[in-house]
Design a protein. Structure first.
Length: 186
């Protein structure tokens, strides 16, 4: 058990028999007879629900160490994604909701970093951006006016808005959370 003052962003903690990831943790010093407190924003690992909580200075919490393991995405099985351990060939089912916004970017045989607790997969550490190839896009309207976006279809069949200078065959970087164009990769 650790004191509340040691809480940091990114930690996984157990409170009331539920796992939470610390999104934000700020210590607020007290004044006079008021003691300091740790204000934390927490996201439930199981339900993805966000909550805020205030911890007294003398309160303690249990930090949970998650195991990180590379696994290979095999296929979609209804409400689950089937992953395989590359060395033991053991297959596990991971609920699709644990992949969040990364789900449209999954491709068979793709390697993923999976967080496990006691051998049970909880969620995937996905990158903030992905690089995809532009399959089709119209010719630019005017090269001078690069502020007007145009439609592009990517290699995963996703459609995004890209600048006029992007052409077929280019590799573009896409933000996973928003699904928007970030930059052209050279």
């Amino acid at each position: 058990m650790r004191p509340a003052a040691e809480m940091r962003s990114g930690m996984v903690i157990r409170l009331d028999d539920e796992l939470y990831r610390v999104i934000q943790a700020e210590y607020h010093a007290g004044g006079g007879k008021m003691h300091g407190a740790m204000h934390a924003k927490l996201r439930s690992v199981q339900s993805d629900r966000v909550t805020e909580r205030r911890f007294r200075q003398d309160e303690r919490f249990e930090e949970v160490e998650l195991e990180h393991q590379a696994m290979e995405y095999l296929y979609d099985d209804g409400d689950f994604c089937v992953l395989m351990h590359p060395e033991s060939f053991e297959q596990v089912n991971l609920p699709k909701e644990s992949l969040g916004p990364f789900l449209p970017y999954l491709e068979p045989n793709q390697s993923l970093q999976v967080e496990l607790l006691d051998g049970v997969p909880l969620q995937v550490d996905y990158p903030t951006t992905v690089d995809l190839i532009v399959d089709s896009t119209p010719e630019p309207l005017h090269m001078d006016d690069s502020n007007v976006p145009k439609d592009a279809t990517l290699s995963n069949a996703m459609e995004v808005q890209v600048p006029q200078f992007v052409k077929e065959g280019d590799t573009v970087r896409i933000d996973v959370e928003t699904g928007k164009f970030v930059e052209r990769v050279r």
